[in-house]
Design a protein around this ligand. Structure first.
Ligand code: 8DG
Ligand code: MG
Ligand code: MG
Length: 150
């Protein structure tokens, strides 16, 4: 991942906008990358996975919630380069969406407490700060999972 190293490669990340009513699920990261910032559940695409499979797997791993793969929509692709002093990160971000229906009262669990302070629901107009930089970039570019269509 070091800029100066030959093995630096772009990586594919799949994230999910899980919507419930007017709110979206975010958690505060505990990670060397983006520590203390708020981000969507998600992670790296594994070899052979579809985007929907990856989104469902990451959400399950991080929140315990089972999301039906047929109900996961692809919303947007972003290309993010983030250069730190010693390292650079290049992520192709696949933003997906799933909507919890009104009758669905399941709540996320903080399955990986060493990676996340906990999950909560936030209105898009009142997002917590600071956002994880790839998410902040998308918001600044006008991304809105409540208005986006696949
Ligand atoms: P994994 O090892 O379980 O595959 O990954 P993870 O430990 O869950 O990694 P992650 O940092 O949560 O997600 C992987 C990368 O995805 C992250 O470093 C940068 C990229 N990414 C975006 N946007 C977002 C976002 O909104 N949330 C999350 N979690 N990751 C994002 O480009
Ligand atoms: Mg993650
Ligand atoms: Mg993960």
């Amino acid at each position: 991942e070091n800029t100066g190293e030959e093995n630096a490669v772009p990586r594919v990340a799949v994230v999910m906008c899980l919507l419930k009513g007017k709110t979206v699920l975010l958690g505060r990261r505990r990670s060397s990358l983006g520590d203390s910032t708020f981000s969507l559940p998600g992670g790296h695409l594994e070899f052979g996975e579809s985007f929907e499979e990856c989104a469902a797997r990451e959400v399950k791993e991080e929140t315990g919630l089972d999301i039906d793969k047929e109900k996961i929509e692809l919303l947007r692709v972003t290309n993010n380069l983030f250069v730190e002093e010693l390292k650079a990160y290049h992520y192709v971000g696949i933003f997906t969406r799933a909507v919890l229906t009104d009758g669905d009262h399941r709540e996320p669990q903080n399955v990986e407490p060493n990676m996340c302070d906990g999950w909560d629901w936030y209105e898009w107009d009142r997002l917590p700060q600071p956002l994880f930089w790839p998410l902040q970039n998308a918001v600044e570019a006008g991304f809105n999972p409540f208005h986006a269509s696949p």
